[in-house]
Design a protein around this ligand. Structure first.
Ligand SMILES: Nc1ncnc2c1ncn2[C@@H]1O[C@H](COP(=O)(O)OP(=O)(O)OP(=O)(O)O)[C@@H](O)[C@H]1O
Ligand SMILES: [Mg+2]
Length: 253
């Protein structure tokens, strides 16, 4: 871990709001900007990074895991790459803790500018293990939808992050709106304003409002990160802006 300059976790109190989508696209956008990046999936029970990146396989070198190479400067590792497809991981906290320890300590990450952690929803074992093992990260990117139900859960996650002595980098509001492809009408499927409310409440930047884009869901299924494959689109630009801001905030820290 000593050869890794910056460590960033992506978290939310709520499931299904787009943590993995944000983690994948933050990592690929940073890699495209020329940084050396790692992406570690710490969602042991729902590892989605494998499909979102297209299945790549890690290898083993002696006692160490060598993460999968997604791009020449982007490495990724997920429990989903190590267990048989479709098989459930049925582990209690201590087993997850040892797996995370291996992913952090016994893995050849090499020199990295950024290591991005994708976490499961909520404030459970995985985030707790990560924070306890690594100590202080550069910060946590919090993901929400605009909906009040999401805000309730996110507030709990922020409280957890703060109690653990971690810094909140900013808020990403995902699924903010859909733009009609024919008439450009904006539909706010999950209401509006949630991201702004949280950013104000915690005095952190609203890093971006990511549109809900059907193509993004299709591409995720096909293992094509938005920032690499959906060129010249609004959603791609929003993710690039988010990555740029995160890099700026983390590097001036
Ligand atoms: N902006 C978006 N536009 C279209 N689809 C999206 C967008 N963001 C996320 N999705 C889709 O919504 C689903 C949930 O996203 P994702 O898996 O990133 O959420 P998550 O918060 O990581 O979920 P979990 O809590 O299960 O880990 C995925 O199928 C993903 O492809
Ligand atoms: Mg996820």
């Amino acid at each position: 871990m000593g050869k890794i300059k910056h460590k960033i976790a992506v978290l939310s109190g709520k499931g299904g709001v787009g943590k993995t989508t944000v983690a994948v696209n933050l990592a690929t956008a940073l890699a495209e900007s020329g940084y050396k990046v790692g992406l570690l999936d710490l969602d042991m029970h729902g590892p989605n990074i494998v499909r979102m990146l297209g299945s790549k396989n890690p290898t083993v070198d002696g006692e160490e895991i060598v993460p999968a190479e997604v791009l020449h400067n982007l490495k990724a590792l997920s429990i989903g790459m190590l267990v048989e497809e479709g098989k459930a991981v049925i582990w209690r906290g201590p087993l997850k803790h040892s797996a995370i320890k291996q992913f952090l300590g016994d893995t050849k990450w090499g020199e990295l500018d950024y290591l991005v952690f994708d976490l499961p929803p909520g404030t459970g074992d995985e985030a707790l293990s990560l924070f306890q093992m690594i100590g202080k990260l550069d910060g946590v990117v919090m993901v929400t939808t605009p909906q009040k139900i999401s805000l309730d859960d996110v507030r709990r996650a922020v409280s957890f992050v703060q109690t653990m002595g971690q810094k909140l980098i900013g808020i990403v509001e995902n699924m903010s709106y859909v733009k009609c492809s024919k008439c450009d009408e904006i539909i706010e499927v999950f209401g509006s304003g949630g991201g702004e409310i949280l950013a104000k409440e915690y005095n952190v930047p609203l890093l971006g409002k990511v549109p809900l884009d059907p193509k993004a869901a299709k591409y995720a299924d096909e293992g094509k990160p938005i920032t690499l494959y959906l060129r010249e689109t609004e959603i791609e630009q929003v993710f690039r802006d988010i990555a740029e801001q995160v890099a700026k905030i983390v590097e001036v820290k």
